[in-house]
Design a protein around this ligand. Structure first.
Ligand code: C2E
Ligand code: CA
Ligand code: CA
Ligand code: CA
Length: 279
């Protein structure tokens, strides 16, 4: 192998070095993005069987001044590795509650619920419950309007602590949804003990509903499980009328996906939806 002048093997390829530098730059920029107001929450409608909007999921967006729009699937993992997910998550919580406070004054929004994504690391902060409470009080939010979306990986580390924190927040009226359900590792035992309100069927199963035969029985099992645990079940990533119809046939009557609306700036929410086809 080629050796550098000091004798160490030359492992760095210029592309790898470049990639590392790009990540570091992105990390540095993300650190400032919050203060500079480059982040915003987009809202995606959630609808019921009659296609009435019942709420929205907030999805964070980063408008980078030079590089333009950067997708959360790119910067959320980076934020989690670097710890920036903590200030980012705090911002999402404050901004989400600020929106809910605004909605309270608006007749077209005052009945709607807002779901916020919470990362494992954020939830595991010792002061997480206080953070939520202070955001709620600060913006004068009715806690029943707020849903927090958690993922199954929370259960791997500290199931008892998780259950306790959820219980505290639920007592004042905050709801909890289990996100990406079916893709993680949750044992049914813990699922039963979690103080949840909603299961979200992962987009991976919804995507397959029209063609791949594996997905339908899995979606059916999730709907049945949700029902037996007395949880609401919402399907994410619903793109076609066919998928919606299959889900309805399985007993799932809450939906989120491009069929009903893409994530949009909060100023455009709520959208006016076209009436159901054929009615
Ligand atoms: P997620 O929580 O599973 O969010 C759903 C993702 O599916 C969103 O991607 C949404 O735009 C997309 N989606 C919704 N409907 C459809 C559809 O019909 N078809 C397809 N193909 N996609 C659909 P997005 O906005 O890019 O967010 C990606 C992920 O980033 C989220 O996945 C979530 O894990 C994370 N994320 C987003 N915002 C936040 C946040 O505020 N905090 C944290 N911790 N994570 C966030
Ligand atoms: Ca989510
Ligand atoms: Ca999800
Ligand atoms: Ca997902």
């Amino acid at each position: 192998a080629k050796r550098q002048r000091d004798g160490t093997p030359q492992l760095f390829r210029p592309e790898l070095e470049q990639e590392r530098e790009m990540r570091l730059t992105l990390e540095r920029e993300l650190r400032h993005a919050i203060d500079k107001g480059e982040l915003s929450l987009y809202l995606q409608p959630q609808v019921d069987a009659l296609q009435c909007i019942i709420g929205a999921e907030a999805l964070v967006r980063w408008q980078h001044p030079v590089r333009g729009f950067i997708s959360p699937s790119e910067f959320i993992p980076l934020a989690e590795e670097s710890g920036l997910i903590l200030p980012l998550g705090y911002w999402v919580l404050q901004e989400g509650c600020r929106l809910l406070g605004e909605w309270r004054q608006r007749p077209d929004c005052c009945d709607l619920k807002l779901s916020l994504n919470v990362s494992v690391r954020q939830f595991q902060q010792p002061d997480f419950v206080d953070q939520v409470l202070s955001a709620i009080y600060r913006h004068d939010v009715a806690p029943g309007r707020l849903t927090l979306e958690l993922t199954e990986s929370l259960l791997l580390k500290d199931p008892e602590g998780t259950i306790e924190k959820m219980g505290l927040l639920r007592r004042i009226g905050v709801s909890f949804a289990l996100d990406d359900f079916g893709t993680g590792y949750s044992s049914l035992f813990y699922l039963k003990s979690l103080p949840l309100d909603t299961l979200k069927i992962d987009i991976a199963f919804v995507r397959g509903l029209s063609h791949d035969t594996q997905s339908t029985p899995i979606a059916a099992a999730i709907v049945a499980l949700g029902r037996s645990l007395e949880l609401a079940v919402i399907a994410e990533g619903v793109e076609t009328e066919m998928q919606r119809a299959v889900l309805a046939g399985l007993g799932c009557f809450l939906y989120q996906g491009y069929l009903f609306g893409r994530p949009m700036p909060a100023a455009d929410f709520p959208p006016i939806l076209e009436p159901l086809a054929g009615e």
